[in-house]
Write a protein that binds this ligand. Structure first.
Ligand SMILES: [Zn+2]
Length: 238
């Protein structure tokens, strides 16, 4: 087996007593992978989360695990760690990647979208990125037509356990979550790159869409997304 140099983002790790760790990494070439990092935490070294880095790795024979030889964060992406607006959103994005995408499959387009995040576009980028994660993982709900009557959603709709139901069909299903007309307009814009580019999204709208997306992830995986509670606590204070 040959050592490989690739670009990747460490988004999670578990530390062991000998100061080694197993990290979860999202790479450009191999998608999600598990990385063994010997002596990851010493006086001279640490692990930098969320910053795209150049990784020198080797796949262990007959194993899913890779071993890390070196990792150097790329300086121009240091804002991914230092700008709280970006890092709290990356935390949520990677929580969703961790929940919905399988190991060892390449998602170069998604990786590029993440590299393109900056302070100005991060509010819109997170919505588009999660939408793309739904698409490539085959979990995108049909936001645009009613599950019951099949009619196109025009204004208000409701989210009920993975399905979208129109205002007329929802009846007394009170446990459903309303999706407002303005949220539906943004969801529709996601279908076209040029429409989405010209769409303006404010913080309360971003929050509403992310609540809907997170509810959907939790329905699909039957697990709570831990990062979302802290995300919302920080959202309006940054
Ligand atoms: Zn309907």
């Amino acid at each position: 087996m040959k050592r490989i140099s690739c670009s990747g983002i460490i988004y999670k790790y578990v530390v062991y007593s000998d100061s080694s760790c197993i990290a979860s990494v999202f790479t450009e070439e191999f998608g999600k992978l598990k990385l063994f990092m010997p002596k990851a935490f010493t006086k001279r070294s640490g692990v930098v989360k969320f910053v795209p880095s150049t990784l020198d790795i080797l796949r262990k024979e007959n194993s899913d695990l890779f071993k890390l030889y070196s990792h150097s964060p790329i300086a121009k992406y240091i804002s991914f760690l230092e700008v709280a607006d970006i890092s709290i959103r990356l935390n949520l994005i990677f929580d969703i990647i961790d929940s919905l995408l399988p190991l060892d499959e390449s998602y170069e387009y998604l990786y590029k979208l993440i590299l393109n995040i900056n302070q100005e576009n991060v509010h819109k980028a997170i919505i588009y990125i999660i939408y793309i994660i739904f698409k490539i993982s085959g979990t995108l709900p049909s936001f645009y037509s009613c599950k019951v009557c099949n009619n196109e959603i025009d204004e208000l709709s409701f989210y009920l356990e993975g399905d979208i139901i129109c205002d007329k069909c929802v009846g007394g299903k009170k446990s459903s979550t309303p999706i407002s007309t303005e949220v539906n307009t943004i969801l529709k814009a996601l279908k076209s790159n040029s429409t989405y580019k010209s769409t303006v999204i404010d913080l309360p709208q971003e929050d509403k869409i992310l609540q809907l997306f997170v509810e959907h992830v939790e329905v699909v995986t039957s697990k709570k997304l831990k990062s979302f509670k802290s995300f919302r606590e920080l959202l309006f204070y940054l």
